[in-house]
Design a binder for this molecule. Structure first.
Ligand SMILES: *Cc1c(COP(=O)(O)O)cnc(C)c1O
Length: 303
């Protein structure tokens, strides 16, 4: 395994020029994690890096993880395997669709071995029994939980906060916003930010209680009490994970037309949609400065 490192580049923080925002008197910048690497995209890199470093330290040559058929996490892991020189196994919930969808095709092209796991087994994927079989079959591997949802993922995500900058020191309030699914990235960002910031996380699936409890548990493991206040915003999931609504699609089209920033409908689309709606309703007051974290998830063109 080669050193786990991407070229050190500053994550671009892009100020949005949108007359709508000007009218409301709020400043929004987008932290473009989607631009750090074409395939090891966005927050997935931050969630993976410490686990991959551990695998490297322990001399493992293969990393195994779990995800659905549209898992950005599996794709990022596959690309990281190619980039840093290790084997990857993707345990896919349900049947691996053949022909492969573009995401799984890209993962396989990067050398990932795709394995179908029936849904009942998948639910028990962290049981001792299931893992014993996995280790028996695949040998000396490093296992990363589904979605990179681990405390190591939280610690790795803290570095995202280092790229958050405020252009107007006196603007108030300061708000960081992002999409959340497992809460891993949210917990890391909250832990990495100071007390003068609050974090609004748009939940992209149902189940607010579970996510908030998980975030609190992770934060409690950190030596220093985190200072950024945070909340999980419900009501923007359109019925569940990867569900959509005509209003969302319409918003995304308009947003990208105006700002030039690409969105995808599962995460960043819902985050930006909820942000704009809360600006329009006045829930986010005039004078606010907002950093919206673009967590990636956009397949390069031609895929
Ligand atoms: C996986 C993913 C998320 C969710 O991250 P969590 O740490 O699980 O909350 C957000 N945005 C994109 C683009 C993702 O791929």
């Amino acid at each position: 395994m080669r050193q786990i490192k991407l070229p050190e580049t500053q994550v671009p923080l892009q100020r949005l020029h949108d007359p709508l925002l000007q009218t409301r008197g709020v400043a929004v910048s987008v932290l473009r994690l989607d631009l750090i690497h074409p395939w090891i995209s966005g927050n997935k890199w931050f969630k993976l890096r410490l686990s991959l470093e551990q695998a490297r330290r322990e001399g493992r040559h293969t990393v195994l993880s779990f995800g659905g058929a549209w898992s950005n996490h599996l794709l990022a892991l596959a690309a990281a395997g190619r980039e840093f020189g290790f084997g990857t196994i993707g345990m896919v919930r349900g049947e691996v669709p053949r022909p492969l969808n573009p995401l799984l095709q890209a993962a396989e092209d990067f050398g990932m071995t795709l394995v179908s796991v029936d849904r009942a087994s998948y639910r028990n994927k962290l049981s001792a029994e299931f893992l014993r079989d996995v280790y028996a079959e695949w040998g000396d591997i490093h296992v990363i939980p589904e979605g990179g949802a681990s405390f190591q993922g939280v610690l790795g995500s803290m570095a995202i906060a280092d790229s958050v900058q405020w252009s107007e020191p006196l603007a108030s309030p300061r708000i960081v916003t992002l999409a959340t699914a497992t809460g891993t990235t949210l917990a890391g960002v909250v832990a990495g930010l100071g007390a003068d910031v609050s974090v609004d996380a748009t939940l992209v699936l149902k189940g607010e209680d579970r996510i908030s409890a998980q975030v609190r548990d992770w934060l409690a493991l950190l030596p220093r009490r985190p200072h950024a206040a945070w909340q999980v915003l419900q009501g923007w999931h359109c019925g569940g994970y990867a569900r959509s609504a005509p209003e969302l699609v319409q918003f995304m089209r308009q947003f990208t037309e105006t700002t030039g920033v690409p969105l995808e409908p599962v995460y960043s689309g819902k985050m930006m949609w909820s942000l704009y709606a809360r600006i329009a309703s006045g829930e986010i007051p005039e004078g606010a400065e907002i950093v919206a974290i673009h967590t990636g998830g956009i397949l390069p063109r031609g895929h």
